[in-house]
Structure formats: C-alpha cells, structure tokens
Ligand binder design. Structure first.
Ligand SMILES: [Zn+2]
Length: 331
C-alpha cells in the first residue's frame, strides 16, 4: 500500500483522509465537514487512534462552515492531543466578530478553543510554502497573503456552492451556451490548496480555491507536469472550474465532494477539455432525475470518455507503488 484516499460523506462539505507510507503511516486530514456530519470526522479520528497512529497534519483549507465545523464540534469535547499540527487561517477575521451570521464566527471560536488546548497551529501557510513529511512533499498553491488579509478586512459575499443552472439539457447544448462567472467569495479565495507528491505521484487538493489562482500557481511550480489525481475546487462549482483550469491540470482523474447535483456546466467543460476523465464522487448525485440525457450517455458515458464512480461507504481511492491507475478498495 502506498497512497489511500477516503472522501467522507459530509453533505455538501469536504472531509478527506489521506494516508500513505510503508512502515510508518502518515495521516493527513483535509477539512472536517459540516457540524451535522461531524460523525464522519470523528470516525476518522477513532480509526486512526485504534491503529495507534496520529494525525500528522489537519489542514482546514478555509473558514467556511462546511470545512471547519466537524472539527469544531470534535475539539469542543476532546483534548486534541492526537493531532500534531493544524494549518488554519482563522486569525485576523475579527472584522466579522460583531455581527457574523456566517462562518467567520465559528473560525474565531475555533481559534480560541485550539489556543486553550495548546495545539500546534500554523497560520503561515501561503503560496510557495513547502513541507516534507515522511518523504512526501506538500507544495502550497494558494492562498497569497493578500487573499487571507482580505478575508479579515471586508465582509464576505457568500455565494452558494451550487449555482443551480440547467440540468435537463445535453452537455453539448450547455457547452455551446456556456458562460463563466467567476467565484467572488473572499473566503474561498483564501483557501489553502496544495499539491501532494509521493512516490512519483502528484495529487492536487484544491479546497474551494479560485480557478485563476490555481492556474497561476500550477504554471509557477508545476509547469507542464501531470497531476495524477485532482480534488476539484468548491464542490464542483462552475464558478471555480474553467476549461483553462482543466487543460492546465494535465489530469484524467478527479474527485468531487458534494451531495448535490453538480452544475452541468462544470461537466460540460470537463468533457470538452479532457479526452478521458474519471470522476470519483462521495455521493451518486447524477443517478437521480436523469442528470445525464440519452445523448450525453451515448456521446460520453458509453464511449467511456466520462466515467462516473461512486465511492461507496468505506471505499477508498487507492494507488499502489508502480501502479498507474487509481483503484477502489474496501477499507
Ligand atoms: Zn466548501
């Protein structure tokens, strides 16, 4: 076993468990999901603790509730000693403290709890920062210092992860009538996104970051380099995924973490910029309501230009040493 990835079912949030290593296993958790799905985050901790391992790193990509509240609920009742390091940009969001109905309030409270627990929190995670853990390298793509500072000074414009959009049209029709409106959320722009490299594999975890920022950093640090697997940003939102991004990633395998039907514009851009793609999903949102039309199935699904894979409960995305494909495996 070399790399295992488990995408927890946390509604429309993110909570991903990355485990790798030979004799010494390393556990990295990327985000912790919503409060209502906090059990999923707790289950990872339980399972790591039962194998007498630790969480080497918990990355909270940004301050939105669907990324931090699972952990907030857990840490309110536990000492957190099993977590060796946390990456989080929850400081400097004081601008919200006065009347914050949305996430920033949670972020401030969470920083307070972690301080009480004397946890090792690193707030200095910016573009270009690199860290090596047990022969794997993590290279930060976003955010810039400026993006994090902006979250602290102006009020966030919250945009729903899913734009609604048209779902009953063919992918080809949607592609012809496609219009891209970029994500204007400041908290998303402050997302920690990074490339994890281990045993010659490059995996990008893109948080809810903005497409334009990811492209810049991909060109800066990984110009022309293939990604083997990419967690697409912002739960597959069409405000964060462009054709340019898809072409720049040089990847065929993707993860989308959400329980809601993804904007079909996103899928239309994927199939028009990547020749063959496999999308791993923690919920089978395309199964219901005829998401793919007859024409879509004939043009893309049956020809295997687009392969949709549902990650069943406890199923992990797995890559062995020397193995070039990603397999699914029961835990
Ligand atoms: Zn999110």
């Amino acid at each position: 076993m070399s790399i295992e990835i488990k995408v927890q079912r946390v509604g429309k949030g993110d909570c991903i468990w990355l485990k790798y290593g030979k004799e010494n296993k390393v556990n990295i958790i990327i985000d912790s999901g919503t409060a209502t799905k906090a059990k999923e985050f707790r289950n990872i901790i339980k399972s790591i603790s039962e194998s007498n391992e630790v969480i080497d790193l918990l990355i909270l990509t940004h301050i939105d509730n669907d990324h931090i509240n699972g952990f907030k609920k857990y840490i309110s009742k536990n000492d957190g000693k099993i977590i060796k390091e946390v990456w989080f940009h929850g400081k400097g969001v004081k601008a919200y403290a006065i009347n914050a109905p949305h996430s920033p309030k949670s972020a401030i409270q969470l920083e307070g709890i972690m301080e009480q627990r004397k946890m090792n929190v690193n707030h200095n995670i910016f573009k270009g920062y690199k860290k090596t853990i047990n022969e794997a390298e993590l290279c930060i793509l976003t955010p810039t210092r400026e993006a994090v500072r902006r979250v602290g000074t102006i009020v966030d414009q919250y945009v729903s992860p899913h734009g609604g959009g048209v779902h009953n049209q063919d992918l080809d029709w949607i592609y012809k009538n496609d219009e891209y409106i970029r994500d204007n959320s400041d908290t998303n722009a402050a997302s920690i996104s990074f490339v994890f490299s281990y045993e010659g594999k490059n995996i990008a975890f893109l948080g809810d970051a903005h497409a334009e920022d990811i492209i810049d950093s991909k060109n800066d640090f990984y110009n022309g380099i293939n990604m083997d697997l990419v967690k697409l940003p912002h739960h597959g939102s069409s405000h964060n995924i462009t054709e340019d991004l898809m072409k720049c990633l040089l990847c065929n395998n993707f993860i989308i973490s959400t329980n809601q039907p993804v904007d079909k514009n996103t899928i239309a851009r994927v199939v028009n910029s990547v020749e063959k793609s496999t999308i791993y999903c923690n919920y089978s949102w395309w199964d219901c309501n005829g998401y793919y039309t007859k024409k879509d199935r004939e043009e893309y699904v049956y020809k295997e230009k687009l392969i949709m894979k549902e990650l069943k409960k406890d199923e992990i995305i797995f890559s062995d040493e020397g193995c070039n494909i990603w397999e699914l495996k029961k835990n």
